[in-house]
Every structure is written in C-alpha cells, then in structure tokens.
Design a protein around this ligand. Structure first.
Ligand SMILES: *[C@@H]1O[C@H](CO)[C@@H](O)[C@H](O)[C@H]1NC(C)=O
Length: 226
C-alpha cells in the first residue's frame, strides 16, 4: 500500500516533468554551422531566440549534453553558450543575468573571470570553459525566461542526512508535489523536504550527503544533479 502510494506520486511527478520537457524548458536549438561567438549570438537572435542558450540548471545542462552528444563526441565540436564575462561586475554570468551556482560544471569554480576569455563554450569533453570566442564553432540558442521552471528528481521516503546543507527557504505547502515544484522554481535548489505533520517544505541548496534515514513523516525530493 505504502509502496503503491509512493510509486503513484513518483509517476505523477515524472509525467509532469516529461510533459513539460517537451515544452518550454528544453527549447534549445543546436546550430550546426560554425561561426565565431559574436556571430552565433547574432544568428540566434535573428532566428527569434533570446540569444545563446543559458544552461544553468542540471536539467537544461544534461539536455544540452544529449543534444550535442554527436557533435562533441564524433565531430569534436563544442558549442558556444550563453555565458559571458561581465567587465562591469568582474564576473562571469549567465546571459539571463543570473550568477552560476557553485556546482555549475565550469572547468574552474567559480568560473574564470578573465577579459581575454569572455565567451562561454560547452567543451567537447562535456564541461563549460571560457574562451576567446574567435574560432568558428557550433552554438546552442535558447530563451532566457524558461530556464528555471521545472526539475526532475527522485523521491525518498525519509530524510537526507547531511554533513553540510544550505537552507534556502521554509514554507507552508499542501502537498509533496507542491514542495517538489517549489524546488524546480529555484535554480539553486538541490533537494526539498516535506514534513507531512507540519506541512512545511524546506528547500535545500548545496549539501553534502551522508545517506538518509527512513522517516514516515518526511518525504524528500532529490533533484537530479549536474
Ligand atoms: C567575429 O567576426 C566578426 C567579423 O567577421 C568580428 O567583427 C568579430 O569581432 C568576431 N568576433 C570574435 C569573438 O572574434
């Protein structure tokens, strides 16, 4: 009985994620004509995209990896993406004006902030590097607004044990689904815990896990990671 119930919730949330995957969230387009970085950005805008793709969440990043699997592995082609060094703040940021999360898969963490390599690129090897943008390469185009609306993850009937964790928010909710959806709305969210007694949802950012303990009152949504 208990198992069925858990499975059902998981099935519903998976269905939601699958439905939305086909929609806004993964509206990323691979440009297979090599151009330099500025020309690719221009080209994305000409096609009606906001610009180069912002791949700031684990889900979008994994999707970008899949989309470029052939070009990276077989053609040895990386792709320009929507991350730039911003001289005004001295930081590398996503083009939707968000700051990369601490676990974002840049070759350097935090990402290199160097005026001579201001252009972000998904490297053939599957990580993000900052480059001079001069060479002609493929690119990923996308929209900025939709990058942080959904997530995919797994359900634990219990509580994460952590040696370190960042609590991003605690709020009242009515259901586990609502708690999982809350997590998907926050770029930094990596897990969310529903306490079904108190009906509170704790949205968790960076954490270091040391396992989990079964707890009938706590259900945890563990977001898929980078
Ligand atoms: C790309 O090429 C154009 C002209 O061909 C040039 O104006 C622009 O600076 C180049 N961008 C980069 C990043 O090299």
């Amino acid at each position: 009985m208990k198992f069925n119930c858990r499975f059902m919730i998981y099935a519903i949330s998976t269905a939601l994620v699958l439905t939305s995957s086909a929609g806004l969230m993964f509206d990323i387009h691979l440009i297979e004509t090599p151009r330099n970085s500025t020309k690719q950005e221009r080209h994305c805008k000409d096609l009606g995209y906001d610009g180069l793709a912002v791949i700031s969440t684990p889900e979008t990043f994994l999707y970008a990896l899949k989309l470029t699997e052939y070009s990276r592995n077989v053609l040895d082609q990386g792709a320009y993406i929507g991350a730039h060094y911003r001289p005004d703040v001295g930081l590398t940021m996503w083009d939707d004006d968000t700051i990369p999360t601490t676990d974002a898969p840049f070759a350097n963490r935090p990402p290199k902030a160097d005026p001579t390599t201001p252009y972000g690129r998904l490297h053939e090897g599957g990580h993000i590097i900052m480059a001079d943008g001069v060479r002609k390469r493929y690119a990923l185009c996308g929209y900025y607004k939709s990058s942080a609306s959904e997530s995919s993850g797994e359900t634990l009937d219990g509580q994460l044990q952590t040696t370190m964790k960042t609590i991003l928010s605690v709020s009242k909710v009515f259901s586990y689904m609502e708690c999982a959806v809350l997590c998907g709305m926050v770029i930094e969210c990596r897990a969310a815990e529903l306490n079904s007694d108190l009906l509170t949802c704790t949205v968790i950012g960076d954490y270091t896990s040391s396992g989990y303990t079964a707890n009938a009152k706590v259900k945890t949504y563990v977001r898929h990671n980078f």
